[in-house]
Each structure stands twice: as structure tokens, then as C-alpha cells.
Design a protein around this ligand. Structure first.
Ligand code: MN
Length: 257
């Protein structure tokens, strides 16, 4: 790696280091620190009133919904995979909010929306497996964030990055009063490095209809000898866009089998 590239990696690391410092000292010393130079602010100002008729535009975006930081080289290459069917309005809101969010976090990322065709019950887990495979055909991703289309972080400090263990990122939802519903909950948004995802052999393809695939993934993580990581409840505050259950996504009667 040439001098220039090493310097860029150093720059990137410095930003991430300072960023984590901010999190560490935040509660006690917040008033003494000015981090505006990095344009990282919390809470994140989510916009739900997004024009739904126009095509989404973001000036920093390159073809295929990919973006990377201009002035440094990111250590993680992140594929965000979204399982999808009949949720155009949520997708527009998600994209409108998440592109600027990820760009402020200096992420090298691509977004993959995997749509299920036909009227069979929704198979969220299989769509996510497909997204993992398809994303790797395009770029050397080493981090995968599997996210529902209606979940948006409320705090800019909620780093969309992978960690040393699989990470659960939707444990403090507004609709559940920002509380973890049960200790083994592992749904909504989860982050795996490529190695972690291979270690659990991905999701199960067998869950048709609502529920169970996330609990199955939790068991896979534990069986593989890993733990679940969660950031604290303040940083992890997350908005879930309210909606009724979609037709074609009825409870999977075999979800507890
Ligand atoms: Mn939902």
C-alpha cells in the first residue's frame, strides 16, 4: 500500500477513533466537546414526509446505490440488504434518510433491495441470503447489514458497521418504548461480517410467512460459539414506521417447529 493510501486509512481511523471517543465521554463531558467538524450530530433528524412521486436523488451517489468516502479509505465495505415486497413508500423514506446518514458516517456501502415475486408467503430470510450472494458478485464486501425497509436509526452515533460479534441493531424501537422485548430478540436489523455470516451458514431458507427466522438466526449464532452485541439503548434508538401486516405475510404456523 502506497504512502498516500496509508495516510487515507490513517485519516479514516482517526475519524472513527474520535467518533468512539465522543461516545465514551459523551454523558459526562458533552458540553466541553465540539465535534461539528465531523458533521456528526445526534439525534438524527428523520424525515417521514418524503415526496413519494419523484425519483429519489442523492448527489453523491454512484450507479447502483453505491457510495464511498472521498477523502479516506474505509476499513469495512458494507452491503445493506433489504427484503422487499409492495412497500414503495417505506423504501423511499428509508433511502431518503439512510443515504445521508451513511455518508455522514464515512461508509463505503452499497444497498441491495431484494424483491420477492409472486404471491407465495413472504420469505424474508431467503431474500436476505440472496442479497448476500448477489452483493458479493459486485464488490468485495466484508460486512453485511440485513435491514427491514421500515426501520431507521434515530441517532447519528449508531454506527452502521460490523463488530467482533454479530450485532443486533433494532433492540430499542420507538414502538416498544425503546426497550428490548426479550433477551434473545434478533430481528429488524442485524450486522454480520462475511466470516460471521459464513460461520452461521446464513439464514435458514425454510421460513415462509411471518416470524421465526430471526429466532433461528439467534440460535445459529449461539451454536457457532458467538455472542450477540448491542450498543446502548440511547445510541440505538430506532424508528419503526407504523404499518399493518402485509397480505401474503401471515404468521408462519410452523415458526416454532
Ligand atoms: Mn415492519
Amino acid at each position: 500500500m502506497g504512502y498516500q493510501n496509508s495516510f487515507k486509512v490513517f485519516l479514516c481511523l482517526s475519524v472513527i477513533f474520535l467518533f468512539s471517543m465522543k461516545i465514551m465521554v459523551l454523558e459526562k463531558y458533552f458540553e466541553k466537546i465540539n465535534f461539528t467538524a465531523f458533521s456528526i450530530h445526534s439525534p438524527y433528524n428523520i424525515q417521514l414526509n418524503v415526496p413519494l412521486d419523484n425519483e429519489f436523488k442523492n448527489e453523491r451517489m454512484s450507479f447502483g446505490g453505491h457510495n464511498k468516502p472521498e477523502n479516506c479509505i474505509a476499513l469495512q465495505k458494507i452491503a445493506i440488504v433489504i427484503p422487499f415486497r409492495n412497500r414503495e413508500s417505506h423504501l423511499k423514506i428509508w433511502l431518503h434518510n439512510m443515504h445521508p446518514f451513511l455518508q455522514k458516517q464515512q461508509a463505503d456501502y452499497g444497498i441491495y433491495v431484494i424483491e420477492q415475486h409472486g404471491n407465495l408467503p413472504f420469505n424474508r430470510a431467503k431474500l436476505l441470503n440472496i442479497g448476500y450472494k448477489e452483493a458479493l458478485k459486485e464488490y468485495d464486501y466484508n460486512c453485511f447489514i440485513f435491514s427491514d425497509v421500515d426501520i431507521i436509526p434515530m441517532d447519528q452515533r449508531n454506527l452502521y458497521r460490523c463488530s467482533t460479534n454479530p450485532k443486533h441493531m433494532a433492540h430499542a424501537l420507538d414502538k416498544f418504548n425503546f426497550r428490548l422485548l426479550y433477551a434473545t430478540l434478533f430481528g429488524g436489523v442485524v450486522a454480520f461480517t462475511k466470516e460471521q455470516f459464513l460461520k452461521v451458514n446464513g439464514f435458514s431458507n425454510l421460513f415462509w410467512g411471518w416470524g421465526g427466522e430471526d429466532d433461528d438466526l439467534y440460535k445459529r449464532v449461539i451454536t457457532a460459539g458467538m455472542q450477540i452485541e448491542r450498543m446502548n439503548n440511547i445510541i440505538s434508538k430506532t424508528k419503526a414506521i407504523p404499518h399493518k401486516r402485509d397480505p401474503g405475510n401471515e404468521d408462519n404456523p410452523k415458526r416454532f417447529v
